[in-house]
Ligand binder design. Structure first.
Ligand SMILES: [Zn+2]
Length: 270
């Protein structure tokens, strides 16, 4: 397990996984709020359409990020994140597209070079998967609801089913996401976690005053191991958007709705 690496390109700051970076036919990045064209509360690399930001700015921001990966906005397929466990296979992208519009899609997979998978994060986990043997990728959004629905395991299984992926050949990377001291909850979150994972999660949740603190990063780590991903093939960012660098991250916990959202993108090259 290694820490994600900060990359700086002009005024754009993004993070990459050392494990994924060794593959020349793969490009990826967890972008921060810097390096875009949006202004006001959305300054500057905002990916959120349903906001006061202009659609033109948001599209421009998608293009700026996609170009870092050697692509452009016309090859981007993005999620429609609604805390579901819906997974869609993307087989082609002929124009900038949102998958599962309306019903929600929180995970995307593909083995088609040139397709850029894109998802969003502002506290929740954005997780990238790469099967280096079958050259297939996955990207998914998992907040506590997604974790409780086991969207990560289901996405790994979908890649097994579609591409013959063996979890032993897969790398899993968890981007900047909320830490245990920032994630204070009521009883509902621990209850759902216990329902899904049983006693396994007990050691990742503790009581502090009248709130629970839930360590979602370690729950995901334990779950990845249970899905047969090898420990040395897992990278998890230590960074928390909520208590981390305010110049780099928007956080839902810290800021509420008046804010932008960060994106992550991953693509296979021809
Ligand atoms: Zn934190």
């Amino acid at each position: 397990m290694s820490e994600l690496k900060k990359q700086i390109k002009d005024d754009l700051v993004y993070f990459t996984s050392p494990q994924l970076a060794v593959y020349p036919k793969l490009r990826h990045g967890f972008f921060t709020k810097t390096g875009g064209v949006s202004t006001g509360p959305y300054e500057s690399l905002n990916f959120r359409f349903n906001s006061q930001d202009t659609p033109e700015n948001v599209v421009r921001n998608f293009d700026i990020a996609a170009r870092v990966l050697g692509s452009d906005v016309h090859h981007v397929a993005r999620t429609c994140q609604m805390h579901t466990d819906n997974i869609v296979e993307v087989t082609k992208v002929e124009e900038f597209v949102q998958m599962g519009e309306g019903s929600g899609v929180d995970a995307l997979i593909t083995n088609v070079p040139g397709v850029v998978l894109c998802g969003f994060y502002a506290d929740c986990q954005l997780i990238m998967l790469y099967d280096h043997k079958h050259k297939a990728i996955g990207l998914l959004h998992a907040g506590w609801r997604g974790i409780a629905q086991e969207i990560t395991r289901k996405t790994i299984e979908k890649m097994q089913e579609r591409y013959g992926s063996n979890p032993n050949d897969m790398i899993a990377v968890v981007g900047p996401s909320i830490c245990r001291s920032c994630f204070a909850t009521d009883d509902d979150v621990p209850e759902r976690m216990r329902e899904t994972f049983g006693d396994m999660v007990q050691e990742y949740m503790y009581r502090e005053g009248d709130k629970w603190r839930v360590d979602l990063k370690n729950i995901t780590y334990a779950m990845l191991l249970r899905a047969d991903i090898l420990p040395y093939n897992i990278d998890i960012s230590n960074i928390c958007p909520c208590c981390g660098d305010k110049n780099l991250f928007w956080s839902h916990r810290r800021q509420g709705e008046e804010r932008g959202v960060q994106a992550g993108m991953i693509t296979l090259l021809d």
